[in-house]
Design a protein around this ligand. Sequence first.
Ligand SMILES: NC(=O)CC[C@H](N)C(=O)O
Length: 385
Amino acid sequence: MTTSTQGNASQKEKALPAVLVLEDGRVFHGRSYGAVGETFGEAVFSTGMTGYQETLTDPSYHRQVVVMTAPHVGNTGVNDEDPESKRIWVAGYVVRDPARVPSNWRSRRSLDEELRGQGVVGISGIDTRALTRHLRERGAMRVGIFSGNALPDAGTMLAEVRQAPEMKGANLSAEVATKETYVVPAIGAKKFTVAAVDLGIKGMTPHRMAERGIEVHVLPATATAEDVYAVNPDGVFFSNGPGDPATADGPVALMQEVLSRRTPLFGICFGNQILGRALGFGTYKLKYGHRGINQPVQDRTTGKVEVTAHNHGFAVDAPLDEVSQTPYGRAEVSHVCLNDNVVEGLQLLDQPAFSVQYHPEAAAGPHDAAYLFDRFVSLMEGQRA
Ligand SMILES: NC(=O)CC[C@H](N)C(=O)O
């Protein structure tokens, strides 16, 4: 690769050395990608081969350093249509072989430029397959990326990584959620009003509801039952979001209030974990989680298998093969991951409430699970009938 003749600042920055240091002491040497500096987070891998803009801007990735298993990243550049929120949330980005020349009719700038513009430190040119296998065998762990000409010594880097906060016990929703309520209008005739509690919501989620005639009031993570019922909702939605669901006591209490009023309820991802807790189940940290757009899930209510988008590091601990008695009536596991039998959905049998651990909004990802938004609409219709 010769970059010297082109000689602009970005090309020079790319050539700077960079090091990725895992908390268990494993080290990878590469080149800086995006901003130059240092960053820390939880190392996780995503198996999505497309959709890097959606991944980078998903608030659920707050405080995580994302390793892309797809070797070529950045090929289609960065456009202004695909972000799922107003900024990049990942704490760091790890790619093997970034595109040097992006090409797409929608592309406005390169991914490298975008990462630099938003101050996101990344690393390229490392063996992401070896790193992914390491994380798969040892589990997700803390990591640091250090880039520049004057790097700290190895012992200092490792000590800094080991001082970074862990994901277990992290309470992060309020750091990413909206501070002010906003409304996403229904597309076409308005049929329903939904109060959506923003724990780190992705932009496509209210859009999927709006497409179905729902006016969505997106409320801050700290919303109270009074705030929720002030919009006179036909249904209440709990979004995806970063951090450990074991810390989400406020949203759990709010959801219990919604359940006791029997308002139709739908939760996605963090929202599924909160429903689990609201029903009295525990949550636990998966060894390395599910991230990507090709995860097989079975809907046990129909037997159908869907290929789905995921981004979760925690899961609900609920019995797979029995109906549970909860303070809100009977509940069961409605969806399960076919790779590892992790709980991927919950539903109540005596009142209109359900949730899934994965991403039916499909940004990015296959649209197999779009029916879940229709199920939410049916619950709201049922309540009116
Ligand atoms: N996308 C999400 O909502 C993630 C939920 C939670 N933070 C987890 O990692 O499991």
